[in-house]
Write a protein that binds this ligand. Structure first.
Ligand code: ZN
Length: 312
């Protein structure tokens, strides 16, 4: 069994995208509106394709459906995670995602969406929108209905290396100049709450105010539970960045050689900086891969690089 399976990402082009994903991550993708690199995805809206080994050319969903042994026979009717790099050249709309129960009932059995962002790059004094300032549902509804956005939206300061946890029900938006690696449940159910009054092709994009009001958590979780920073100056150890019911995300700064054991069925691995090897496979900044059940038992890394990995 292959221990590492490299994946070829899917790219989404958006009105708020740019060229950073090509310029800084080296992806061979044309256009000046590249918004997202879906590095590890089995979502029908944009799938990764196997780029190495005996399964080369298969979609990740096919690998999941037909070769579950590679994933340690992890159960589930769909591959559970979606790993993206998002480059916001302009502000993204203000949005919120439902949880599993709401999505199952209102969105044809889709999964809800919990997500988290690891900040790769941002302007000095960078800010993201995470949470809100309403203390009751009535106040929330009033602020939305009367467009009191400056009062409602909670802006949080961020810097590179911060982890931002966005549980379902959390109002959020990535702002201009911020680049993140996002780990999320494999879903794209999004309720748009506010789009700064912008027009696309002469028309406002649709809003989903009633569903947003249904699913927004009131009051919002405190900032300390949403934004945190785990420094690792020494390298060669695992820093757990976030752990939820849906995923655990960790970071390793590899310096020389580093080996670690897990009991995961599989790992989703992305290289953020530098280059090196995962087992015998050459990887570099921007590489995305699965470490299969066989590899996840004892993962061997070498080189000079920073990686993020996630597991269910
Ligand atoms: Zn989101």
């Amino acid at each position: 069994m292959d221990k590492v399976i490299l994946l070829k990402p899917y790219f989404s082009h958006t009105i708020w995208g740019g060229t950073k994903l090509r310029d800084e991550f080296g992806y061979d993708e044309p256009g000046d509106d590249i918004g997202e690199c879906w590095g590890i995805s089995a979502h029908p809206s944009g799938e990764s394709v196997v780029a190495s080994g005996e399964f080369k050319g298969l979609k990740l969903s096919e690998l999941w459906n037909d070769h579950r042994e590679l994933f340690g026979n992890t159960e589930g009717d769909r591959f559970p995670l979606l790993i993206k790099i998002i480059d916001a050249n302009k502000d993204l709309s203000i949005q919120v995602h439902p949880d599993d129960a709401y999505a199952a009932e209102h969105e044809n059995g889709s999964l809800g969406k919990n997500e988290c962002w690891y900040v790769l790059d941002c302007p000095e004094d960078g800010e993201l929108i995470a949470g809100h300032n309403a203390s009751s549902k009535e106040e929330l509804v009033d602020m939305i209905d009367n467009g009191r956005w400056d009062e409602l939206l909670r802006r949080v300061k961020v810097k590179p290396g911060d982890m931002i946890r966005i549980d379902s029900g959390t109002i959020h938006a990535i702002t201009a100049g911020v680049c993140v690696l996002e780990t999320q449940q494999s879903s794209d159910i999004t309720y748009r709450l506010y789009d700064y009054g912008r027009l696309q092709n002469g028309k406002p994009r649709p809003l989903h105010l009633d569903k947003s009001k249904d699913v927004i958590t009131v009051p919002a979780a405190p900032v300390e539970e949403q934004v945190y920073h785990i420094a690792d100056e020494t390298g060669n150890n695992i820093s757990k960045l976030v752990e939820t019911k849906y995923f655990t995300v960790s970071k390793i700064k590899v310096n020389g050689e580093y080996t670690f054991e897990t009991d995961a069925g599989f790992l989703c691995v992305s290289v953020l900086n530098g280059s090196g090897k995962v087992f015998d496979t050459d990887v570099k900044k921007g590489s995305h891969m699965l470490v299969t059940a066989e590899g996840a038992k004892e993962v061997r890394l070498s080189g000079d690089m920073e990686i993020i990995f996630s597991r269910v």
